[in-house]
Design a protein around this ligand. Structure first.
Ligand SMILES: [Mg+2]
Ligand SMILES: [Zn+2]
Length: 277
């Protein structure tokens, strides 16, 4: 099956072919995880309102076409606070958000293998959502992720969760032309700020990564996936923005393996160190 057919296949079929064949053995690799709908089996920014305020979940959809995404999420958190939802209620909602047991099993297995595998979390969610959920699933001690890059957030004494863009609106902006939102560009090189994946690799050049594996689902994951080379691998969740953009704007240079449920992603994570190299 060629790359274009595989991409179509990834969108239209409910029970697609399984492709869990081992990938080439390496001594050192970097696994980059997106968070919402990739490591986690839900979307943090939407989930908190689905759990706490149906009114704001509807407003989310209504405002999204006209507001910068992070600014809109920050505004909706202010509204959530005005409705009287406490810090404890928000944290409790986050702890209810699913990470599939198979995904947890997969990352823990890969982390424990003799192949040197570093994990890097690159997410358009925010620091509070991610740290709360990772701690709940005990992925923080010892830390699974060597670094986490996301939007800054903190609770104010009133209980309001204050969210800001990673790239502040009043400073230099990224110059990505792949369609990334103003608050963050995950992949385009030679933009400062922005350029998150290349910047990570430059900070960790001593780790000698022989390949990058990118686990993602969303339209904003296309920018970094487009940057990967033939030795690299994208583990792409079907039926979502990244699969659509690969189909419409691809092909990409890296190898692509598709998955729908975490049970498939688990097998693909196992294929990253299957030979025990
Ligand atoms: Mg995502
Ligand atoms: Zn970009």
């Amino acid at each position: 099956m060629d790359a274009a057919s595989r991409a179509v296949h990834s969108i239209v079929l409910e029970d697609p072919e399984l492709d869990f064949a081992p990938l080439a053995p390496v001594r050192s690799q970097l696994v980059v995880f997106d968070f919402d709908w990739s490591l986690a089996d839900q979307d943090t920014d939407r989930w908190v309102h689905e759990v706490l305020s149906p009114r704001l979940r509807i407003e989310f959809v209504q405002r999204k076409p006209t507001m910068q995404f992070t600014d809109m999420c920050a505004y909706l958190l202010e509204e959530l606070h005005k409705e009287g939802h406490s810090r404890a209620a928000l944290e409790d909602a986050l702890r209810q958000m699913p990470i599939h047991p198979a995904m947890l099993r997969g990352v823990r297995w890969l982390h424990a293998q003799p192949t040197q595998t570093d994990f890097f979390l690159l997410s358009n969610s925010n620091e509070v959502y991610i740290s709360t959920i990772l701690a709940h699933h005990r992925l923080d001690a010892p830390p699974l992720f060597r670094e986490i890059v996301t939007n800054p957030a903190h609770f104010e004494p009133s209980g309001l969760l204050r969210l800001r863009r990673r790239i502040a609106p009043d400073g230099p902006q990224h110059t990505c032309d792949v369609g990334c939102s103003a608050n963050m560009c995950k992949g385009t090189p030679r933009t400062d700020p922005g350029d998150e994946l290349d910047a990570y690799r430059a900070r960790h050049a001593d780790r000698g990564y022989e390949r990058v594996v990118y686990v993602g689902d969303g339209g904003n994951d296309f920018c970094p996936v487009r940057r990967l080379g033939p030795q690299d691998v994208a583990l792409v969740r079907r039926h979502r923005g990244l699969a659509k953009r690969i189909l419409e704007e691809g092909p990409v240079r890296c190898q692509v393996r598709y998955w729908s449920g975490a049970w498939e992603a688990e097998q693909l994570l196992r294929a990253l160190a299957a030979s025990g190299a």
